[in-house]
Ligand binder design. Structure first.
Ligand code: KIV
Ligand code: ZN
Length: 502
């Protein structure tokens, strides 16, 4: 490491620019604003809000993000052209990120510019940005495939022209950590201004390369939420930040407790689902199923978790998941949480049934476990349902706002609600949440919603699994119906009823 450990690494988020270049993603302006607000809450230093010259829509979105008055600095992207830079200026950004293809292959087949022309234009456009009083970042696009002496010369030119920071993009993701360390080290010895690093994930090395660059002297990392970005995406924000914090002992200004909720927001708005095995924010990141692991974690979490990173640090939660590999300790622990203390023989019987259910291809929910345990222990009569659905109807179609009307008995009282939603399932869940809120309270949160299976043809069974949270308790439950809306409401009610169980 070439700098003192005390240095704070800046986080430059490009979810709204490179991230939006993910094939198939196009955020609306209000979605972009919601993401920008969340990034600000998370504590990113710079938000690259878009590429204003690329479209009217992008320009308007960048301007509206600049107008939000966030603490993060807002950055706009521009080619080495005055009209691009002017578009950024029109958006009232704080920082302008200018870039130019620098590798031979990109120069010859895109801009047709010679090395000298690239240097001249870099000088002129850096001056142009600075003469308008903006912070200027200069990127030599495809730096990792650019002839090194020319690349270093180019960064020198940008520095001489007044650039505030130079960026080293691994545009096509071909770098590896040792190479990046050498390259960034060479840039570090060439210029005195700060260095940023921008890595793509074509070989799955974006985060490793980003960390290696920091080790070589980069003081800013360019990342995106859920690693959205061109092709295989950019370096993931959560992985990079936690790698810097927990492994390298370096500071950022990120409030890591918001990492999980940020990832979930971007998942919802982008429509790109987070894989269950995704580090840090994936569903399984702190989940344990196998008997040996769960037993260890129940006793002491760092037996089978990193320890230097806990679910609390990143706003996630630890889960003991039931399945074919479950052991006795998991069953005992989960039942003890709801006040059940089956005998040793009963635990063995419950375990056997849980494994059978899992082996039949079913995901075992908490509600399944409690039902099995009630049957095995004979405690079934104690369970009274706080919520019972009586009637549900939904109206949906291409010309109406989906609306659900619902009647339910909540704690022995008949309640009704009609709600609109993004789709019929959303409307129905809002309606059941509304009646429950009135009678039970508003502290129930829907944390997971998964359509697990729809089998067969158009008359097939739909299976929905939800996770509902109240305080520090989360309960999973299932709903299975021919009708996906009913299956969803049933799963929600089943989870709520379990949470309300005394
Ligand atoms: O990948 C890349 O080179 C870029 C530049 C615009 C920095 O996204
Ligand atoms: Zn990029």
């Amino acid at each position: 490491m070439q700098d003192a450990k005390e240095r704070v690494i800046e986080v430059f988020d490009t979810t709204l620019r490179d991230g939006e270049q993910t094939p198939g993603i196009s955020f609306t302006r209000s979605q972009k604003e919601a993401i920008a607000r969340q990034l600000d809450k998370l504590g990113v230093d710079i938000i690259e809000a878009g590429f204003p010259i690329s479209s009217k829509k992008d320009k308007e979105a960048v301007k509206s993000i600049s107008d939000l008055g966030l603490s993060a600095r807002i950055c706009g992207l521009a080619r080495l052209r005055t009209e691009d830079i002017d578009a950024c200026i029109d958006c009232d950004v704080d920082m302008i990120h200018i870039f130019v293809p620098s590798s031979k292959i990109q120069r010859e087949h895109t801009t047709g510019m010679s090395e000298d022309a690239v240097k001249e234009q870099t000088y002129a456009m850096t001056r142009y940005v600075k003469s308008h009083g903006f912070e200027c970042m200069f990127s030599a696009m495809d730096a990792t495939r650019t002839d090194l002496p020319f690349l270093l010369d180019l960064y020198r030119v940008a520095e001489e022209a007044g650039a505030d920071i130079v960026n080293v993009p691994d545009t096509v993701g071909v770098a590896e950590p040792f190479g990046i360390y050498e390259l960034v080290g060479a840039v570090y010895r060439t210029v005195k201004i700060p260095i940023s690093i921008h890595c793509h994930n074509d070989f799955g090395l974006a985060v490793a390369n980003t960390l290696a660059a920091v080790k070589a002297g980069a003081s800013q990392v360019q990342v995106s939420v859920n690693s959205l970005g061109e092709r295989a995406g950019n370096a993931d924000l959560a992985e990079t930040v936690m790698g810097l914090n927990a492994i390298y002992g370096l500071k950022t200004r990120i409030k890591t407790r918001y990492l999980f909720e940020t990832a979930k927001l971007v998942e919802r708005l982008s429509g790109v689902q987070i894989p269950v095995t995704q580090p840090i924010v994936g569903e399984n990141a702190f989940s344990h199923e196998s008997g040996i692991h769960a037993h260890g974690v129940i006793k002491r979490s760092d037996t089978f978790e990193p320890g230097i990173m806990t679910p609390e640090m990143v706003g996630h939660r630890r889960r003991i998941v039931l399945g074919t590999h479950t052991g006795r300790h998991s069953i005992e622990k989960k039942l003890a949480e709801v006040g059940m203390t089956p005998s040793r023989e009963q635990v063995e019987e419950i375990l056997e049934r849980v494994k059978e259910l899992s082996a039949s291809g079913k995901k075992v929910t908490d509600d399944d476990l409690y039902s099995i345990a009630e049957v095995v222990t004979g405690e079934v009569s104690k369970y009274e349902r706080a919520v019972v659905l009586k009637e549900l109807s939904v109206m949906t179609g291409n010309n109406v706002i989906p609306t659900a009307s619902l009647k339910a008995i909540v704690r022995n009282k008949e309640c009704k609600s009609a709600q609109m939603g993004i789709g019929p399932v959303d409307a129905a869940i809002r309606a059941i949440q509304d009646v429950i809120r009135g009678e039970i309270g508003g502290d129930l949160k829907l944390k997971d919603f998964r359509i697990e299976a729809i089998s067969g043809g158009s008359d097939a069974l739909a299976e929905v699994i939800v996770g509902v949270e109240r305080g520090d308790r989360l309960v999973t439950a299932r709903g299975v119906r021919e009708d996906i809306v009913l299956a969803s409401v049933e799963a929600y009610i089943n989870a709520v009823n379990r949470l309300m169980q005394e």
